[in-house]
Design a protein around this ligand. Sequence first.
Ligand code: HEC
Ligand code: HEC
Length: 228
Amino acid sequence: MKQIFFIIIALGLVGCTKSKERQEALPLPSATTVKLDPAQVESGKTVFNQMCAACHQADGVGRAGLGPRLNSPDFLGLANDNFIKRTILEGRPGTSMMGYKVMPNVANKVDDVVAYIRSWQNNYATFRDYKVDWNKKISGDPKAGEASFKTYCSSCHGPTGSGYAEGGSGPGIGLSGFLKVASDDYIKKTIEVGRAGTAMRGFGHNRGMANISLKEINNIVSYLRSRE
Ligand code: HEC
Ligand code: HEC
């Protein structure tokens, strides 16, 4: 009897260590309404339609090969305002996304543009805040990550992750402009959950057809990080 008890406890312990490796459960959807200044949103909309919609399309729906979708609830739940603002100001060198800090008509109104982008969140009945950690470092095996990247990601993000520049249909996630503003956890959670309504499917949380393990995701993050 005692022995069986021990076996059960031992199995329990194995189960615990294993579950640590598992992905955290997805945050529950909530009806978060962001409070924004309507005048600021309106001003941001004007700038967006003049300066950004050519590539990102009206309402930020995006177009493959031109500009990614910005109004996806997944993007809005992963990116924070600082990530969006820095991306607009610093751009993504090596891609058609220029740094708008050199254009005063955008740079002076960048907070309005961010507010307009953020306002799309309110178009959704429910919304998940993925609570990305902007400081956490993720460690993995970059060599193994490179192999996984070539298997799962290259077909869209390009052989070396340069994206559109390499004929890919996805953004240049191996380029320094992206890696400078993205945190390890942002990259990891993006891989896990994907971007609803785009070709970027989630590779975790049973969202994908062939989920890859958390370890493989960590390896891919360290491979991308090693390219910076
Ligand atoms: C079928 C095509 C496809 C595959 C395969 C794919 N992606 Fe993507 N990925 C995309 C597209 C398209 C986007 C942009 C989505 C949008 O419009 O917001 C994207 C966006 C991303 C982003 C966000 C980039 C940013 O600028 O914020 C990351 C990170 C990413 N993908 C990582 C990966 C990784 C890692 C893999 C492999 C495990 C992968 N993707 C596989 C198409 C793909
Ligand atoms: C000439 C086309 C073009 C214009 C104009 C443009 N963008 Fe972009 N934008 C892109 C491309 C292409 C990317 C993805 C670059 C990459 O591969 O990382 C991007 C990426 C972004 C991202 C990051 C999205 C993500 O998934 O991480 C944001 C935010 C963004 N742009 C906002 C803007 C805003 C705001 C404006 C106007 C002030 C603007 N863009 C103008 C082409 C453009």
